[in-house]
Design a protein around this ligand. Structure first.
Ligand SMILES: [Zn+2]
Length: 285
């Protein structure tokens, strides 16, 4: 099965163990909280891939004691099952984000990991860096953004056609949020892509720069040679002997750089000495 980068990241996240029960509960709360159908009398949420589905089913059974059918959509609709869920989370957990669910240091991260698995997307390396939680409505987006702010993150919030996006863009912000939710491998993949891109840009810049320098040298030599040939045909005898020597060396060695030309003189000249003489020749036109 061909899966997207986002799905791969989610599968990786599902494979990470959550050691404490409080964190497993927060994780499930994150999954449910961002969906449209998280209500006191009915809960429905999706599971993108088979590994996600089996991870969610195992956690629901372990944390709440609720068993769900094997399906890509998880439904909890029996009143007795709903009681089990809301006994754990608190009666008001569906009405608004209840931070009372969070017990230990890791709970908020686990909640965000669950939220990402349920509604998140992240662009694959090589594309523009973008990470987004696609949540049901503006209230959910505001509460999620506030939670992220508490943790020192500053997401953007934008209303899209069928959902509200809580997003991060730019490589650093996206790497940071991926690290927060435990997606270190994805963060590394983005970092690698950035380094490759920077190296490639640097190499291109150097090649362009070298090419520009070479053609500048060639152009300059060509200008000199044309000028000197005209000067020589119009009256070589009038040239000071030193200039005549440089003029002949230039014409006889059209590919030589200024440094090479300087070395051909006897005794050798400095580069700036050669340049000075060539400039004088050109000015004689
Ligand atoms: Zn915890």
């Amino acid at each position: 099965m061909n899966i997207s980068f986002s799905q791969q990241v989610k599968n990786d996240l599902c494979a990470l163990p959550l050691k404490k029960k409080c964190c497993r509960r927060s994780f499930l709360y994150g999954c449910m909280y961002v969906t449209r159908n998280f209500k006191r009398d009915n809960i429905e949420f999706g599971a993108d891939t088979p590994p996600i589905a089996s991870c969610l089913r195992a956690l629901l059974s372990g944390v709440f004691g609720v068993s769900c059918a094997e399906d890509s959509k998880i439904t909890i609709s029996l009143p007795s099952d709903l009681d089990l869920v809301f006994n754990e989370l608190g009666e008001g957990a569906a009405a608004s984000l209840d931070c009372g669910v969070f017990v230990c240091e890791g709970c908020r991260q686990s909640f965000l990991r669950g939220a990402f698995i349920e509604c998140g997307t992240v662009n694959a390396p090589g594309r523009a860096c973008h990470f987004e939680f696609a949540v049901a409505d503006e209230k959910t987006a505001t509460e999620l953004a506030a939670l992220l702010n508490e943790l020192g993150f500053s997401p953007g919030v934008t209303v899209r056609s069928s959902f509200v996006g809580v997003y991060f863009k730019g490589s650093e912000a996206v790497e940071d949020i991926l690290n927060l939710i435990g997606a270190q491998r994805a963060a590394f993949a983005l970092m690698d892509a950035k380094i490759v891109r920077e190296l490639r840009n640097e190499a291109n810049r150097r090649v362009n720069c070298d090419t520009a320098n070479i053609s500048k040298t060639v152009d300059a030599a060509q200008n000199h040679i044309e000028a000197i040939e005209r000067v020589l045909t119009s009256g070589a005898a009038d040239l000071p002997p030193a200039l005549l020597i440089t003029a002949r060396l230039r014409i006889d060695n059209p590919d030589a750089t200024l440094a090479e030309l300087a070395a051909l003189h006897d005794p050798p000249l400095t580069k700036s000495g050669v340049k000075h003489r060539l400039d004088r020749l050109v000015k004689m036109l």
